[in-house]
Design a protein around this ligand. Structure first.
Ligand code: GLN
Length: 193
């Protein structure tokens, strides 16, 4: 049996990610302790609220260990707030906002303003055939990508909403709330390649 995939379960929609993993026959665990973190072969950081996730990670003594595990190469997949947590640079953060980093990108929080606060759209996504149905919920936007980054998905106007590097995958939207399983499958293939 391979080690399970961990889902950071401090805050946010970790249950939906576990359901999506179950739908593709992947064992998962909720990560709240160092022992949980040590026992998984990959990690998902869910959507939610990045500022709260940061505070809880500190309160659970997980902030530095998560940062270290990710920079040491633990395969990691962040969605929405999870993407913010993985960005090396954050715009429109609160004072003192910091993430785990690891992806050489800049993200802008809540980039779609009030009117387009939340919306759903079909996206092209590299490596996935046919449209990916994506829910954007107070989503961030990827405004800069470094040379280590592969762009996987853009909105019709060209704005970047999906990226990866060799060990990390980050998307601005929520596939786990629309029944979309193929991005999780892509992440599993990155873990097990
Ligand atoms: N706006 C949230 C944040 O800054 C992210 C929203 C989400 O994860 N759906 O963390």
């Amino acid at each position: 049996m391979p080690a399970p995939i961990g889902v950071l379960a401090l805050q946010g929609d970790f249950r939906e990610h576990r359901q999506t993993l179950k739908a593709i026959d992947q064992e998962s665990i909720e990560v709240r302790t160092l022992a949980d973190l040590a026992s998984c072969r990959g990690l998902i950081i869910p959507g939610g609220e990045s500022t709260v996730m940061q505070k809880l990670a500190v309160a659970y003594d997980l902030f530095e260990p998560l940062k270290d595990a990710i920079s040491a190469g633990l395969p990691t997949f962040g969605t929405c707030a999870g993407l913010i947590m993985l960005a090396n640079e954050i715009s429109d953060g609160i004072v003192g906002q910091a993430g785990f980093g690891g992806l050489d990108i800049s993200v802008r929080r809540n980039a779609f303003g009030n009117q387009l606060d939340s919306f759903e759209v079909d996206l092209d996504f590299a490596g996935i055939e046919g449209p990916v149905h994506a829910a954007f919920i107070r989503a961030p936007l990827i405004e800069r990508v470094g040379s280590s980054i592969e762009v996987l998905s853009r909105l019709a106007d060209g704005r970047i909403v999906g990226v990866r590097n060799t060990s990390m995958l980050g998307i601005a939207f929520h596939p786990e709330v629309t029944g979309e399983t193929r991005i999780h499958e892509l992440f599993v293939s990155m873990i097990d390649h």
